[in-house]
Design a protein around this ligand. Structure first.
Ligand code: HEC
Length: 140
């Protein structure tokens, strides 16, 4: 009798453990899905605003005629500003207002002379901030 009772309790505990395991697997899957949805949303934003005309996400892409790329790869941006806590706000401002071609942050790494034109006509402040935050996470 005693063992049967114990067995019942073991089964109860096992079931509880299984339920907890299943719940944590589902939670993990849900967060992977949420990240994927965010990636898709950000890539659509980048495409819609024309960022991808000048930027690639990963390194190694060439610019027109095999020259250096027009803008820096976004993974390189994430690496460069990895330890800069102000990066989201400074870079969002640069994305909206444009960069100064005479004081490039990417001297020698991109086709020179052009700078980034302001993008505030094609992307709003909130979306620009979200996109920059996403870009800065690409090297984590
Ligand atoms: C016409 C080409 C062009 C377009 C379109 C463009 N960029 Fe850029 N982007 C550049 C160039 C060139 C630079 C390098 C600026 C420099 O020399 O400091 C740059 C730099 C950047 C940087 C790094 C800034 C820094 O100071 O290090 C970020 C972040 C960025 N772009 C994001 C974006 C986003 C987001 C969009 C779309 C809303 C976009 N860019 C659209 C050309 C472009």
């Amino acid at each position: 009798m005693h063992t049967v009772k114990n067995h019942g309790r073991d089964v109860y505990i096992m079931n509880k453990v299984l339920v907890l395991l299943a719940a944590s697997v589902l939670a993990g899957a849900a967060s992977v899905q949420a990240q994927e949805a965010e990636d898709v949303r950000m890539m659509r934003l980048a495409e819609g605003a024309g960022c991808v005309i000048c930027h690639s996400i990963g390194t190694g892409s060439k610019g027109p005629h095999g020259l250096k790329p027009i803008g820096p790869a976004w993974v390189s941006v994430a690496q460069k500003y990895r330890d800069d806590p102000e990066a989201v706000s400074t870079l969002t401002q640069i994305v909206l207002e444009g960069s100064d071609p005479k004081s490039s942050h990417w001297e020698g790494e991109i086709s020179s002379g052009m700078g980034m034109p302001g993008n505030s006509l094609v992307i709003n402040d909130d979306d620009a901030g979200a996109l920059v935050a996403w870009i800065l996470n690409l090297a984590r």
